[in-house]
Design a binder for this molecule. Structure first.
Ligand SMILES: [Zn+2]
Length: 493
């Protein structure tokens, strides 16, 4: 809990790996999981004389991301060397952007809520968070300190990641709670996935996040001493690390102590942040313009073409779902969770003419099937057209809601369409008066006592008789026809 007297000030730096096939400055593959050090060449190994050539696709993706985050696109940006020594950085520098980044001065509107004790997020409200800058840079390699035969005495290095294109998105220090930070990175990830520029896979390191956090007395305009937290491998870790750090800093200040400006690592197992060894700290990157690359000049016509390629983003899509289909915020958030899910829903709703039922099936039975089979919506065994056809058959009275569940299970199992399954399994609703009439005659003959009761005025037994008929037909008798026939026969008897 934050004491009433203090408020946290949080800023975030997010590194997102772009999904290009080749690296930022050479033709090496970016494939994850290739044999160690196989995706390398003189350029990304930083061998003398090798020259970088900029990947146009990476620039296009970075421009789209910057636009989607409301940034101004700088017509001229400049690559700069960020110098530091580390074993996984063979060049001895990263090629990044410094004082002239690709995108600047953006903002995002995020629905931010509050997390209840049960972990559910509710009470969402729109909040605007500033984006300071978005720039392109190449990634470093990976040092591996654990899990290999001689890890006890050695560290290993894999340079496959060296030179993979990244965008770094730096926020303004606009977050006042761990939940706001959590909601922002969730929004960011969703936006990048919608754009198709990042796969958002945190386990593989495609999306990484560092946080800056300080504490100040509530109402104060000046910033406190800030601490940087690294090693945040999931959004939940981010939130837990921030909560821990807020409490730690409040404790230090409340006891009259001072915060040390430092970098700390989140230790998930211990549930706390720990200071990094200070010698890994002192940053003086000695940035200077990259002499092997010309300034990046973007043609305004090309920028405009990229702008026209932007599809509907998650925020506007969610608002449209609320207005167009009358959904709640929570339903709209869920259904716009990914571009693929939203597209599936819209196909189903369009074909069935029943948005509410489409949403219910997708968020209920279909979500269950997908979760159990570990599949995404794009691999759904039931195409949206088939789900729409099923909804159509319920709406037209061809099958009951109960039978529809059986048909749905068979659709999920076989990938078949509802008409074929209803036919094959003999599940169509029986409305034929002749066959139902004969069946009812049999039921009445077998339940003479109830028939007598009904005729003596105890009409409540009607429900029992209807139940017998439904049981006999395994729920397939048309209830309306059954009721009419039954009453006619009981009255006429
Ligand atoms: Zn290479």
């Amino acid at each position: 809990m934050v004491s009433m007297e203090f408020e946290p000030v949080i800023g975030l730096e997010v590194h997102a790996q772009l999904v290009t096939r080749s690296k930022l400055f050479c033709g090496c593959s970016t494939e994850f999981g290739a044999p160690p050090n196989s995706n390398t060449c003189p350029v990304c190994l930083g061998l003398p004389g090798a020259l970088p050539v900029l990947n146009r696709k990476a620039v296009a993706m970075a421009v789209k991301a910057a636009m989607a985050l409301g940034c101004r696109i700088n017509a001229v940006s400049v690559f700069a060397r960020k110098n530091y020594f580390y074993p996984d950085l063979p060049k001895g520098y990263q090629i990044s952007q410094f004082d002239r980044p690709l995108g600047e001065s953006g903002s995002v509107t995020v629905l931010s809520g509050e997390r209840s004790d049960s972990g559910k997020i509710g009470n969402r409200q729109e909040k605007i968070f500033g984006i300071t800058r978005l720039h392109l840079e190449d990634d470093a390699g990976k040092s591996i300190h654990e899990g290999l035969p001689d890890s006890g005495s050695k560290s290993y290095v894999n340079l496959n990641r060296t030179g993979v294109p990244l965008i770094e998105i730096v926020s303004e220090p606009d977050f006042r709670s761990s939940q706001e930070a959590y909601d922002y990175v969730t929004h960011l990830r969703k936006t990048l996935l919608y754009l198709g520029v990042c796969d958002g896979n945190m386990e593989e390191g495609s999306l990484r996040c560092d946080a800056n956090i300080s504490i100040r007395p509530k109402g104060s305009e000046t910033f406190g001493t800030r601490v940087e937290i690294k090693n945040l491998n999931s959004f939940r870790f981010l939130q837990r690390a921030l909560d821990y750090e807020i409490e730690r800093q409040v404790d230090v200040l409340s006891q009259g102590g001072g915060i040390v400006q430092e970098t700390r690592l989140w230790d998930e197992a211990e549930g706390r942040t720990l200071p990094m060894r200070s010698k890994e700290e002192a940053h003086d990157y000695r940035y200077f313009p990259e002499p092997d690359l010309l300034p990046l000049k973007l043609d305004p016509a090309w920028i405009e073409r990229l702008r026209r390629e932007l599809l509907e983003l998650p925020g506007p899509k969610m608002k449209r779902f609320i207005e167009q289909y009358g959904f709640s915020v929570e339903d709209a958030l869920l259904l716009t969770g990914t571009a693929e899910l939203a597209a599936y829903f819209e196909k189903c709703a369009g074909a069935s003419g029943n948005a509410r039922a489409s949403a219910n099936w997708i968020m209920g039975d279909l979500a269950y099937v997908l979760r159990n089979s570990g599949k995404g919506i794009q691999d759904s065994p039931i195409p949206p057209g088939n789900l729409a056809a099923l909804i159509g058959k319920i709406d037209s009275g061809e099958i009951s809601g109960k039978i529809a569940k059986t048909v749905f299970e068979e659709m999920a199992r076989t990938g078949g369409n509802p008409a074929e399954i209803i036919q094959r399994m003999g599940l169509a609703q029986v409305s034929d008066e002749t066959s139902l009439g004969a069946l009812i005659d049999g039921i009445l003959a077998a339940n003479a006592k109830q028939v007598a009761e009904y005729r003596s005025g105890k009409t409540r037994v009607l429900g029992f008789l209807v139940g017998q008929i439904m049981k006999e037909t395994r729920g397939q008798a048309n209830p309306q026809v059954v009721n009419e026939l039954l009453q006619k026969k009981l009255a006429g008897g």
